[in-house]
Design a protein. Sequence first.
Length: 405
Amino acid sequence: MCYTQNRFNALLSACVLSLIATAGWSQQPSLRWLGALGGGESEAWGVSADGAVVVGWAENAAGQKRAFRWENGVMQDLGHLGGSYSWAYGVSADGAVVVGEAYDATLRSRAFRWTASGGMQDLGTLPGGYVSAAYAVSADGAVVVGWAQNAESHGRASRWTASGGMQDLGTLPGGNNSEALGVSADVAVVVGRAANAARYERAFRWTASGGMQDLGALGGCCSTAYAVSADGAVVVGRASIAGGQSRAFRWTASGGMQDLGTLPGGNNSYAYGVSADGAVVVGESGWRAFRWTASGGMEDLNTTYASLLTNRSVLREARAISPDGRYIVGWGYNAATNRTEAFLLDTGFPRRGDVDRNGCVDDADLLAVLFAFGGQGYRNEDLNWDGTVDDADLLEVLFHFGSGC
């Protein structure tokens, strides 16, 4: 208790200096088009917790699609596994680990895990299989999920770790194929799609203790789960309705599958990303990127951030969102370059250090971090998203203390 009180007193004193240092400091929304690798187009599929690192794929000068990692305005070509093509789909919270798929020398698709020190690592496949792909990675970069071929040539949802290799997560009863598309920050929950006995693809939620759970649909035959909240409680994706159209959904154990609707004029919608607390969902409807919240419903990002779009530029698809809901990445049409291009949208909210998301970094945020200090697990107080509430999170509040107040 004394330790906590002493830390509290010291940090409150430091707030005075922090207030002086950050006087006049503000944050405004911004949009960055990320370019390509010398070719004609690019798409962003993942973003780090602080918005500093974006991953996806981009064409090079030879017209080949290459996995990229973007940071500080520089788009890095991550290479391939011998077959010239690669795609990046997911990134760890700190931006250090990238996952995706790449062709090997035999032009077979293989799941990869990339780090700066180790380069692109082929994660292999299931025994007897030949192909695989990685679609998501845990917050700490240790667990990779995707799909891998087995000896019967069926694609199976997979979960990879360095110690355990590639694990087959199975299928729904009566089905043969499945693929994992998302994993919770704490790695306890995996989501994706799997064929059922009727050969319809259904969204699933997998846990080690409960196996693969069919999340249903919205009156139609099929569904897919693309992403899951940090604690695994909220799942988002797309599901068919009775008329055959697709609708973005948000699923919880208590509320089931909720139809998030469409943007005006859109017939279909798809939810691809969700914030850590499950409160913010992003995706696409009518080829317009959207953001959904319970209070605001589905909003067109092109309308909300119209001031950032010049000429005829359009944000087409939002593929991922940072844990705090501030950074959104995807692809759209950049009128300045006249091409499909990856984008990074900084919405400016929540402000850095704003734990309670009320727009003001103040004593309440400082106290929230102090009272949670030393706690493990991914939560709002874990501002740098490293799994522990510690000094780094306190400093984040202090450096931005008074912002927005």
